[in-house]
Design a protein around this ligand. Sequence first.
Ligand SMILES: [Fe+2]
Length: 169
Amino acid sequence: MPSKELTDKLVKKISNEIYSSHFYLQMSLDLEEKGYAGFSHWCMCQWYDELSKAIKLMSYCHRRSVPVKLSAVPAPEVTWACPRTAMEAAFKHERAETKGVEELMTQARMEGDYATEDICRWYLSCQIDEEDEIRKIHNKIVLLNDDKNGLMFVDKELKEREAPPHHHY
Ligand SMILES: [Fe+2]
């Protein structure tokens, strides 16, 4: 079983993933209310993605005999001025998450816990993909330079993201 310090960090990471999902859910609601159906859909897919990552880590903890006690989910920011500021907030959020995974990985490496180091590597690679995807969306918006038609085109494009299974929206 991992040390107390590593265990605490693993459990905290689960709560962070749940917060991430909550963050994107709120973003999805806000962007839907502002008329951006595609951005909203993309965020809803991201909500599911983050929740799946929390569940994956819960399962890992149980396989390592680490009990999981969840903490309260903090309320996320509730509104963003436009898709551009939303994507900026998302990028900032993911950068912080990446840092968190790196810290967890450092602790695992220090303790010689190779299994945790290994799963951290998977999370790290997910983080790099997420940062890259958000960066690309943000770049497109910046290139449009407030062109509303272009923004609607990006919105349509984001609607194409594969929906999570069993979605009812
Ligand atoms: Fe994420």
